[in-house]
Design a protein around this ligand. Structure first.
Ligand code: CTP
Length: 398
């Protein structure tokens, strides 16, 4: 994905600096070479030795290092790369960039470069929300700096909210996107997301705990890779992504109609938690309590299976159909059987038992099941699962 690309990676001084080590690995896996630069503060979090060892080359640190100047001056260093990436971009580093300061190697390189710059901010939630940081962010964006993250989540400082650095896999996706042309340009992808609401009467409904976070993140990651995304969502609690063809539905039947109306697509990702059943007859009026205390009885009928319907299409089937398996027990066994039963190509399986905190939470731990076998992905942010899945989709469609 990044074969032959040279990345100048500036590592800022924040707790997220440890993730820069994984980022270097991921860049190398994608075919890029990384020239690392550490700020003075970054050295408090990761050692130049470990960074250099992973990158396979010198970790640059000091503006006034004469050996460096003899080997490669800071101007040349800033230009030799194809892209400059700042991860983590601390509040201080962002402020320096926005103000145009150049009092150390990192800030000087950022001033001197003639290449595109991508930053992955990481800081305490209050620092991120501070008007000064938001002002600096706006300035940087208008200067053409690209930004990935930050994510919402629990932070090392014990607070919760936006400020956590994007996961390395998301930074790699953003890097691929920064180089363009985007690998999914011209591809049409359908994503279903969120819960469905199945009416009991005009005021009541049956729902489930899906927030729509995973489906939303997948749609966003696909858009980032250039896909033309139709996003069919039930009543989710997270806001839909930007840049999609948005179709809002309530029920499973409406979701199926919207999926069919979306027409032919290259890939379809069914992340929605569709209600398996609906109430057989929906009365026009609200069901009232009766004086004799008789309890209402609900009779259910099965909803159409959207994933199975699309997977088993004889004409116009997407090249790649991906289902989700939300299980609370025997996850692998159930999900493997589900892939065959539904007829989809891949299943993304996860354990949604209450104890995992996955449903409605920020993180996800999934297993990807394909015809070739199973792959356990480590627990990571839903946005990171999305970025990784989007990368896999782009490889499968290329
Ligand atoms: N799905 C769907 N339409 C339905 C039910 C499920 O498209 N009516 C899709 C979901 O979006 C998901 C996959 O099917 O991608 C698996 O959903 P899940 O609820 O886990 O499977 P079920 O078919 O309900 O199987 P089980 O009841 O055995 O768990």
């Amino acid at each position: 994905m990044l074969a032959g690309k040279r990345i100048l990676l500036i590592i800022g001084g924040g707790i997220a600096a440890y993730k820069a080590l994984e980022l270097i690995r991921r860049y190398q896996d994608a075919g890029a070479t990384v020239t690392p630069v550490l700020t003075g503060a970054a050295e408090q979090f990761v050692t130049p030795l470990s960074v250099a060892a992973l990158a396979g080359q010198k970790a640059y640190r000091d503006l006034f290092d004469l050996t460096d100047e003899a080997e490669m001056g800071h101007i040349q260093l800033s230009r030799a790369a194809d892209l400059v990436v700042v991860a983590p971009a601390t509040a201080d580093l962002m402020a320096k960039m926005a103000a145009g300061l150049a009092n150390d190697l990192a800030s000087t390189l950022l001033m001197a470069t003639d290449k595109a710059v991508l930053i992955a901010p990481a800081m305490n939630v209050r620092m991120w929300q501070h008007p000064a940081t938001q002002r600096n962010l706006a300035t940087l964006r208008s200067d053409g700096v690209q930004v990935v993250g930050p994510n919402d989540g629990a932070m090392a400082c014990g607070e919760f909210g936006p400020g956590r650095m994007a996961e390395p896999v998301e930074i790699v996706t953003a890097t691929v996107a920064a180089f363009g042309p985007k690998p999914l340009t011209g591809k049409r992808v359908l994503v279903t997301s969120g819960p469905t609401h199945e009416p009991i009467d005009p005021v009541r409904y049956i729902a489930n705990r899906s927030s729509g976070a995973q489906g939303t993140a997948i749609a966003r990651a696909l858009v980032d890779l250039g896909a033309d995304v139709t996003f069919v969502t039930g009543p989710a609690s997270v806001a839909p992504p930007e840049g999609v063809r948005l179709v809002r539905v309530e029920t499973a039947r409406a979701m199926l109609e919207a999926v069919i109306a979306a027409g032919t697509v290259d890939a379809a990702v069914f992340a929605a938690a569709v209600a398996d059943w609906r109430v057989a007859t929906e009365p026009d009026q609200k069901i009232k309590k009766t004086p004799d205390g008789a309890l209402p009885e609900l009779r259910f009928v099965e909803n159409p299976d959207i994933l199975a319907t699309v997977s088993q299409r004889t004409s116009g089937r997407p090249k790649l159909v991906i289902g989700f398996a939300a299980e609370t027990q025997n996850v692998l066994e159930n999900a493997t059987a589900k892939r065959l039963r539904k007829g989809c190509d891949w299943i993304v399986a996860n354990d949604v038992s209450a104890a995992t905190g996955i449903m409605g939470g920020v993180d996800n731990a999934v297993t990807l099941i394909t015809a070739d076998g199973t792959e356990d992905w480590p627990r990571m942010a839903k946005t990171a699962v999305a970025a990784r899945l989007a990368q896999r989709i782009s490889e499968a469609l290329s």
